[in-house]
Design a protein around this ligand. Structure first.
Ligand SMILES: Nc1ncnc2c1ncn2[C@@H]1O[C@H](COP(=O)(O)OP(=O)(O)O)[C@@H](O)[C@H]1O
Ligand SMILES: [Mg+2]
Length: 469
């Protein structure tokens, strides 16, 4: 019976989902921002990671707003992975918002409204608040237990002291519950936040260190605080401008934050937020934390959006904008103009450009290794080698996607470790782009509306259908 329980709990903890970038935990840089060969799930792409590291530093210092960075490179060279790396290294305090170029066309609001919201989600406001706390050693807690039981709420008294004073306070039922939950006893040093009633246990008073044997070795001993019992303490929380907008917009209310259904926010509401934040900044109770707005597949934006970006970057309350694209010389959406990366020249001129390079065999192998670990797949070395060879001929994404089907093929033949045969099997079952294109050329007459192309042209194209001119 005990054994059964054990396996049940193990199953329960293993329900996390694996995404395309879940193995990325940072940019893999050392303390002086030099890229390590393999760290935090990142492999190779050294130059771009180094550049991204500098950007990270810039963001962390929080001083520069309105800069924009373009990550440009062929598909599957880790552009999105680098952006995820930046996000993971930033920590929770700095806002990071990620959208895809096409997303802004599908929401039920105008393009510029969607972009404005994305910008404001990427700007944090760090608000400092003073709150009244009681900090001291608990001398005693007494709780009156009403004789009639149940219905009447409990009340009580607590006596607290510092090295300089001692005082008693009345306790309501809420505080009694909180003290109960934290298992506070006399001799504990606690902080009691008066407005919220939150209790934090700092440790046992060192005057009680004789109790050591009774308390066990895990107990932390602290000095009994000095001075006044009642103190003002500073607490800091970070919210985004967008969150303040939503809370202030009377039509939506803060509940919209949970459903994400915020609709369009009126410009008066935003002005109101901005003046409020400006006031707080003046008073010194708030400061702006410029975060990051990442727009993937930025070539999907059209000329109006690009002009909006130009303008938005000049605002003093602008986040750092990171965009990524895999397009070369192409039409700017909404015009007939051809431009590099499908981005107008005036915006391009404001961007610092980081390029990503195609991966080497060695990088392929390491990334496959990482993905096998992430997807919990055991694979023989020869099989990994074969996958990296296939990768050089097809694409990184294709081989990453073969890992799981190969593991299933292995499971089907009741094997434990994926072998070359399993890889061969799924390679034959699932086509990569190149083979799919060849198949189309061979059977083009059977498809509707097919534009005829010849065999030479099809074979001249690479894994992504590109053709050298
Ligand atoms: N340098 C790298 N180290 C580890 N994994 C990588 C690296 N570059 C790409 N990947 C992984 O390869 C896959 C494709 O990369 P992705 O970032 O989506 O390419 P892109 O956005 O450039 O088209 C993703 O699963 C990604 O996490
Ligand atoms: Mg991408």
């Amino acid at each position: 019976m005990a054994e059964l329980k054990l396996s049940e709990t193990r199953d329960l903890t293993r329900v996390e989902r694996i995404g395309a970038h879940s193995h990325i935990r940072g940019l893999g840089l050392d303390s002086v921002l030099e890229p390590l060969v393999e760290s935090e799930g990142m492999v190779g792409q050294v130059k771009s990671r180094k550049a991204a590291g500098l950007i990270l530093q810039m963001i962390r210092e929080g001083k520069i707003a309105g800069r924009a960075i373009l990550i440009a490179g062929q598909p599957g060279t880790g552009k999105t992975a680098i952006a995820m790396g930046i996000a993971k290294s930033l920590g929770l305090e700095t806002p990071f918002t990620m959208i895809v170029g096409s997303e802004i066309f599908s929401l039920e609001m105008s393009k510029t409204e969607a972009l404005t919201q994305a910008f404001r989600k990427a700007i944090g406001v760090r608000i400092k608040e003073e709150t009244e706390v009681l900090e001291g050693e608990v001398v005693s807690i007494s709780i009156d237990r009403p004789a009639s039981g149940g219905a009447v709420k409990k009340t009580g008294k607590i006596i607290m002291k510092t090295t300089d004073m001692e005082s008693h306070y009345d306790l309501g039922w809420k505080l009694i519950e909180a003290l109960d939950k934290e298992k506070v006893q006399s001799g504990d040093v606690i902080v009691l936040d008066r407005p919220s009633g939150k209790i934090t246990k700092l440790g046992r008073s060192s005057s009680r260190s004789r109790d050591f044997d009774v308390m066990g070795s895990k107990t932390k001993f602290v000095q009994c605080p000095e001075g006044e019992l009642q103190k003002m303490k500073e607490v800091v929380h970070t919210v985004t401008l967008h969150e303040i907008d939503v809370i202030n917009s009377r039509t939506q209310g803060f509940l919209a934050l949970f459903t994400g259904d915020t609709g369009e926010i009126r410009s008066e509401t935003r002005e109101h937020t901005d003046t409020k934040v400006a006031e707080w900044r003046e008073e010194g109770t708030a400061e702006i934390v410029p975060g990051v707005l990442f727009i993937d597949e930025v070539h999907m934006l059209d000329i109006e959006c690009f002009s909006f970006l130009n303008r938005a970057l000049e605002n003093s309350m602008s986040p750092i904008l990171v965009v990524a694209t895999n397009r070369g010389m192409t039409k700017i959406r909404g015009t007939n103009q051809i431009s590099a990366h499908g981005i107008p020249i005036d915006l391009l001129d404001r961007l610092l450009i980081i390029t990503t390079q195609p991966y080497t065999d060695d990088d392929f192998r390491k990334i496959i290794e990482l993905r096998c670990q992430e997807e919990d797949v055991e694979m023989k070395d020869e099989a990994k080698h074969l996958l990296s060879l296939i990768g050089c001929d097809t694409s990184l994404r294709y081989v990453i996607h073969l890992i799981n089907p190969a593991a299933l093929a292995c499971l089907k033949r009741k094997g434990k470790v994926v072998e070359i045969d399993d890889i061969e099997r799924v390679y034959r079952l699932f086509l990569d782009t190149k083979r799919s294109m060849q198949y189309l050329v061979e059977h083009q007459s059977q498809y509707m509306f097919s534009v005829p192309i010849n065999k030479e042209e099809a074979t001249a194209r690479d894994a992504y259908g590109f053709m050298a001119i």
